[in-house]
Design a protein. Structure first.
Length: 90
């Protein structure tokens, strides 16, 4: 909510400044800048939300499933050990 306060105050500031004797061209320029500021604030808020999500993922654990290790069968003593390559054509 703290981030929304400046965004909500920008249009009020624009209206207040527009009423201070400025002509149409200055008012249009001011409104264009207000629109740019609102767009930048929206992008910053979206980036902050993505950063919060990333931080939550980093601190809360991964969504990747854990690796499951299978025990070696009792019938095979060399299970999981490296062997010499055997040519397939010979």
């Amino acid at each position: 909510m703290k981030r929304l306060a400046p965004v909500l105050l920008l249009p009020l500031l624009a209206v207040a400044l527009a009423g201070c004797g400025s002509d149409r061209r200055q008012e249009a320029e001011l409104m264009r800048r207000v629109a740019q500021a609102e767009e930048a604030a929206a992008k910053a808020e979206a980036a902050a939300a993505r950063a919060e999500d990333a931080a939550r993922l980093a601190t809360g654990g991964s969504t990747v499933p854990e690796t499951v290790y299978e025990e070696a069968p009792e019938s095979e003593e060399s299970y999981g050990e490296a062997t010499d390559p055997v040519p397939l054509d010979g």
